[in-house]
Design a binder for this molecule. Structure first.
Ligand SMILES: Cc1cc2nc3c(=O)[nH]c(=O)nc-3n(C[C@H](O)[C@H](O)[C@H](O)COP(=O)(O)O)c2cc1C
Length: 354
């Protein structure tokens, strides 16, 4: 079990879905895994203290489906003992590993000495990884940034974590102070690989598989976050036209990115929404799916009229009805990609553009 990351690294490259608060819940992970079963998914981050004190939180965010396995649960906090107690709870859900958030730059998180603040509180970071390793059978990984303000501490910090038996490391190519500004820079992550032996995964601005392979260099894998918004196809390998059930994919690749057809997008929207409602019940599930629906249709200005209804849906039944209406209206174009439909002469006046 502890060798999870080491074993994965033998099958280069390791593909991971980033932990994203408000996104990578069970339904989101199921959607990505339905298309790319080989991807390792990370949960949203959860407070270690929260999991210990709230049975409700643990009972709502930790259960998951078989399709999501192997699943990594990410937690944040600052107290090694709380991490260890949270790990005991997480382990009851049969997950593959536990990841520690040492990268979140949000003011609220940093002020509480959590997240990226652990980069400068190196002793606490060490104790958390070491304590968790002693008390948990699961591999303990860390996700961090190039540094807090500057990047000069990266190698030392990573070696420090490795000496506490961190099982793998994911580095977002920006400092905490940079937030999301400028571009992710992987130069120092490539250099770091020469100094540590544990699997090293890069993260930041990677849009899809092809982009990841262009940037992976000497590393063990890459992680995609925002590139997966409305695009659970982002991990597909260029030219991989047969799915894992042996069926031919209806869409095709453009510049390395798989472009799904409208029919496929609608199917995936329905799958995602159904999974979300199953996980979170109707009310919360339909509220949470709204932002995803818009992202699925971002290349399709033609459904402007539907989009307004999609972002205000109140039930799965209404969503299924809207999807059926789109299918009926675009029945002759379900096997085209949204951008192609937009450029069809018959629709040019329809969208209000010439
Ligand atoms: C909405 C959102 C929520 C995020 N939540 C988390 C989180 O819970 N834990 C974490 O380690 N990083 C979190 N991140 C950071 C991402 O995991 C990732 O490091 C960052 O977005 C850069 O990768 P990308 O350019 O592929 O998105 C979040 C990012 C976004 C956009």
């Amino acid at each position: 079990m502890k060798n999870f990351w080491k074993n994965l690294a033998e099958k280069w490259p390791i593909l991971t879905l980033a932990p994203m608060d408000g996104y990578t819940d069970s339904a989101y992970r199921q959607t990505v895994k339905k298309i790319s079963p080989e991807v390792i998914t990370f949960s949203e981050f959860y407070s270690a203290d929260g999991l210990v004190h709230s049975k409700f939180l643990a009972g709502s965010v930790l259960p998951h489906q078989e399709i999501e396995k192997p699943l990594i649960i990410q937690i944040f906090g600052k107290d090694p003992e709380m991490f260890a107690r949270a790990a005991e709870i997480i382990e009851q859900y049969n997950v593959a590993g536990i990841d520690i958030n040492m990268g979140c730059p949000a003011k609220k998180v940093v002020k509480s000495w959590h997240g990226s603040c652990l980069i400068i509180n190196r002793d606490t970071a060490f104790q958390i990884v070491e304590t968790l390793n002693k008390r948990s059978k699961r591999p303990i990984s860390v996700k961090t940034r190039l540094g807090f303000n500057g990047t000069e501490s990266l190698i030392e910090f990573a070696k420090w974590l490795e000496s506490a038996w961190a099982a793998s490391l994911t580095v977002h190519g920006r400092t905490a102070a940079q937030g999301y500004t400028w571009y992710a820079d992987f130069t120092q992550i490539y250099e770091l690989k020469n100094h540590i032996n544990i699997p090293l995964i890069c993260n930041g601005d990677i849009m899809n598989y092809e982009d990841g392979m262009r940037k992976i260099n000497n590393l063990n894998g890459f992680m995609i976050g925002r590139g997966s918004f409305g695009n659970p196809w982002c991990f597909l390998k260029d030219g991989d036209m047969i799915d894992h059930h042996g069926n031919k994919r209806p869409g095709w690749f453009v510049n390395g990115q798989y472009m799904p057809t409208l029919g496929e997008i609608l199917e995936m929207m329905e799958f995602h929404a159904t999974a979300l409602v199953q996980c979170k019940w109707e009310r919360k599930g339909t509220l949470d799916i709204r932002k995803h629906l818009v992202q699925y249709l971002k290349w399709f200005p033609g459904v402007g009229v539907y989009r307004k209804r999609l972002v205000t849906i109140e039930s799965l039944e209404v969503l299924v009805q809207i999807i059926a209406e789109i299918r009926a209206e675009f029945r002759d174009h379900l096997d085209l990609q949204p951008l192609q439909i937009n450029s069809l002469d018959e629709f040019k006046g329809y969208w209000g553009v010439d």
